[in-house]
Design a protein around this ligand. Structure first.
Ligand code: DON
Length: 304
């Protein structure tokens, strides 16, 4: 039996002493208000036991981690048709880079760079009656938690500073790969990024990725092949131009967000979420990556 609680307690007290905790994101002004000293970690194992340390129950802006959840809903509705509009290759570029999109004629490299996630939002708008409400209902059901919601202030902060995302959406539109209005798609995309959850809630949401598509309550959301594809995308594209480094150091499929969260899974074993708001140069949580490297090293378990 691996002593997860002891391990995450040790990791937590160790990383909190780090001198360089990275830099809290400031290009979305609301995010700059967050305390850079926070650190939380929550792990749920295959037997549904929970292990928590430090600030694991404090809510934060999940940002790009929501891209995995919107992709999940989209994939469950449209199936493989999604890949006609989005590719599945790592970009090797920052999350908001646009030159590849122009070169590749409006087909985003993958669903986790901003352009790809904007196309996912566009598809969901075409398929859902009331996208913002329907998405929240999906997420609340997945986690069995009706308290999960959007932070309107963060969504608005993103809208007024979201010049690059407007550029991406307009570029997609010019290539015919955005079917709804730019303003409407981005409003939904910004709200998805502005969802607030804590480490425990996110670990519950990501349980399906380690449990062949079945959530904690036993309901099936995606089939085994679809889960395989999403985990492959997390491994190859979940950390943008640092996906190789994350695979090298940590060895788990995962997804980061500029709010400082990282959600990762070891299929059949556990789902784990860290939160530490300070980011490295690539926009991924500095202490989160360090903590997860220590977790896979100390438990001697990874997908490799
Ligand atoms: O659109 C953006 O730039 C943000 N709402 C999300 C970016 C993000 O989280 C990148 N992840 N590390």
């Amino acid at each position: 039996m691996i002593k997860y609680q002891e391990i995450i307690d040790n990791i937590s007290s160790g990383v909190k002493k780090a001198k360089n905790k990275g830099t809290v994101a400031s290009y979305i002004p609301e995010l700059a208000k967050v305390d850079g000293n926070k650190f939380g970690i929550h792990l749920i194992d295959a037997s549904k036991n929970s292990y928590s340390a430090a600030d694991a129950s404090e809510k934060f802006s999940i940002q790009s981690i929501s891209k995995v959840l919107s992709l999940t809903l989209c994939f469950s509705i449209v199936g493989n048709d999604i890949w006609k509009r989005i590719n599945v290759e790592p970009s090797g570029s920052p999350f908001n880079h646009l030159s590849l999109l122009e070169f590749e004629k409006g087909i985003p490299r993958n669903p986790f760079n901003n352009d790809g996630a904007i196309v996912v939002a566009d598809i969901l708008i075409s398929k859902l009656k009331n996208p913002k409400v329907d998405f929240l209902v999906f997420l609340q059901k997945l986690c069995n938690d009706a308290t999960i919601t959007y932070n309107k202030k963060v969504a608005e902060s993103e809208r007024i500073t979201g010049f690059k995302n407007f550029a991406a959406a307009n570029l997609l539109k010019s290539f015919g790969n955005l079917h709804n209005d730019v303003e409407i798609v981005l409003d939904f995309y910004f709200h998805l990024c502005a969802i607030e959850m804590n480490c425990e809630q996110l670990a519950k949401a990501f349980f399906i990725f380690m449990n062949h598509g079945k959530c904690l309550q036993g309901e099936t959301y995606l089939n085994i092949n679809q889960i395989k594809r999403i985990n492959a995308l997390m491994l190859t594209c979940g950390f943008y131009d640092e996906a190789g480094e994350f695979a090298f150091e940590v060895g788990l499929p995962g997804k980061s967000g500029v709010g400082g969260g990282i959600a990762a899974v070891l299929p059949n074993k556990y789902t784990v979420v860290t939160w530490a708001p300070g980011l490295n140069e690539k926009g991924n949580s500095k202490l989160g990556m360090l903590a997860l490297e220590q977790l896979t090293t100390q438990t001697q378990q990874s997908i490799f």
